[in-house]
Ligand binder design. Sequence first.
Ligand code: PRP
Length: 177
Amino acid sequence: MMPGRVEVMIEEAEITKRISELGDELSRRYEGQPLTLVCVLKGAMPFFGRLCTAVSVPVWCDFISASSYHGGTESSGTVLVRVEPSSEMIRDRDVVLVEDIVDTGLTITALRERILEQGARSVAVVTLLDKPSRRKVPLVPDFIGFSIPDAFVIGYGLDLDEYYRNLPFIGLFVPET
Ligand code: PRP
């Protein structure tokens, strides 16, 4: 475990309130449409769970697993897809990909293309956190929880070498020097 300390960046109550607002936004946007929420594992897991319960329109839920960091702190640029949603969850449906963070944008751009190839009627992206200053591809998420500066954030699903995903808030990791 890397030595360092954790500072609270976004408190749990603030996250809960914002997820409720995002749920309302999605419910308004997709009223009367066949919506599928796809959780991008593993980081989006807590956000996805709470967002599902904040959406009032009927939704189907599925999962996709992608990894580009391979244990490091910088995106490798290659997106490995390990788990795919089932085709009936995607074909002719409006799909919302649920992410914990959009950083370079490489992961979500690759996943968006993949879901479109699988016959989705539309694909949108909702992310809890957005780091626009880090973008390597021109991807703008359709729904954003919080826009944050370039800092190493952990918690609420986000990890550092697989640790800290269980923190109930978004934290800033300050390495020990
Ligand atoms: C993280 C995060 C996003 C992606 C964002 O996933 O959950 O999917 O990186 O980075 P990008 O915009 O630079 O592509 P990671 O590969 O660490 O997998 P994990 O969710 O299982 O931790």
